[in-house]
Design a protein around this ligand. Sequence first.
Ligand code: ADP
Length: 617
Amino acid sequence: MKSFLQQNVSQDSLITLFSQAPVAMSLLIGDDFTIHSANPQILELWGKDDTVIGKSLFEVLPEIQSQGFVEILHSVYRNGEIFKGNKWPVFLEKYGVSEEHFFNFIYAPVYNDDRGIIGVSIVATEITDQVISEKKLKDSEYRFESLIKKSDYSIAIYSTEELFIEFANEPMFKTWGKDASVIGMKLEDALPELEGQPFIGILKDIFRTGETYTAKEDRVELIVDGILQTFYYNFSYKPLKNPSGEVYAILNMAVNVTDIVMARKEVQESEKKLRDLADSMPQFVWTCDHNGQITYMNESWYRYTGFTENQDQTQLVKAMMRPETVGKVDQAWEESVRTSSPFVMEYELEDPKQKGNYRWFLGRAVPNFGENGEVKQWTGTFTDINEVKQLETQKDNFLGIASHELKTPLTSLKLYTQFIKTNLQKSGDYKNADVVKRMDGQIDRLTELINELLDVTKIQKGQIQLNESYFDFDQLVDEVVEEQQMTSRHKMVVSKLKVGEVFADRHRISQVMANLISNAIKYSPDADEVHISSSLEGGRAKFCVRDFGIGIPADKQSKVFDQYYRISESRAHTFPGLGLGLFISSEIIKRAGGEISVSSVEGEGSDFCSRIPKNKN
Ligand code: ADP
């Protein structure tokens, strides 16, 4: 019985169907696979025209012989089994170019009316474009996957609102303190410690809102190594949407910033401690940047001044200074900045609550250096020294008045003593005359001390007068040495190179020489010699005294020229004095345009040298 198709559909219609079907079709007849018919689609696919009709397939497409098609076609032809090729790769020589194409095709046996196989039919569709784009997608998926696998960021993908862990890279496993066994689990089951923390809620919300969520230095508690620990993360939850805009998954990227946050917290804590410390101090503590701009003032400052933090403290401090001192302070400050060395200066600041009333402050600042040795900022203090200053002034005034008052009776005493001494000598009472002579010596000593005090008062008031003139420097050295030698058992070894005439205050220079020699004698009680030298050095008259006595510790050498600096308390009685001689000497030498210096080794002795210009400048 004939089929419905054979009975009802005309041969022409079948041919039309065959030729117009959107798939490629061909009929191969005989065991040499002669092309009986081929529709335009298959001709296009082969890159041929209808001249191929009547020719063997392998004659038309010789290149496919080596690609397995001979065997397949023969097998279909022989066994009558349909062969389906899926995404089959074929190299075809089309228009002179050999290229790989991909096909889905079906080879089916063609029967005659007696069920005998007479040929093979081909139905094929070219899917080259599809295969290539699939391949490209696969490649990019592969690249993406290996990228996130290798990433230093912790990355995970959660799918559906249930938040199944679809993917997580190694760093994310580490973050969680888990391994790959959590893949496929719900996030809340994999990390039960997230309960009570906001993350699951935020993630679920994103399925509704479709909006990316980012967080900076967010705190998260995770059980890692069996212990609930606190971490800090920068992270983002980014919704992944399908073409219709629905969120189907969330991409979670995270960076562990625990170390940075902890380090900063530590810095903040220690900074707070320092601030608390600074705030608890009665002094005014401040910091400023390298331009001198104040960046911080402690609470005591704001309490004292009544200023507020949003005011420019740098300007306010300047406005508090006496106008005539601003320049000097600036100069000293610039010098400290230039040399990166500590700033120390005493100056007055106006009491902000009592206009016109100034108080003395000690301003100090030390540079804080950065890693490369650059000054990062300055830390400073203002200490109220007003009372100390007042006491100092009172003391100086008292000393000035007292020494002045003592001087007059002492001068009379000296005259009376000399009178008595002369009379006793005349009357032959040498014993008592000798006592009076010693008394006279003590009066001289007393006069010296009072003169020292008077000199200091003069220096402080800027009243020291220099009576400068030309004098013979070498002769002065001889005179001073001779005078000192009279009252000393030390042998004075003098080595003089001619200096000649010097323009200076002869009396004051002799005072300096005498002071250096008497110190050398005083501070070398066990030595027998003091070495004195003078010479001309680069247009300057140099005078040095070297002793072999107790010496001066290295850290004290720069202090010996300070007012009232004295030898240590424990030895003060062995070596009496007021601690003024070197201060006065150095002031005299400075006024003369010279300088005074010391080099000393403790226990071995000291070498003091003064240098003054030979001629008037
Ligand atoms: P005074 O001798 O009255 O103490 P000075 O101003 O002359 O005061 O000296 C200050 C300090 O310097 C002394 O107390 C002493 O410690 C130290 N000094 C001065 N000269 C010498 C010296 N030649 N050897 C050791 N120490 C010295």
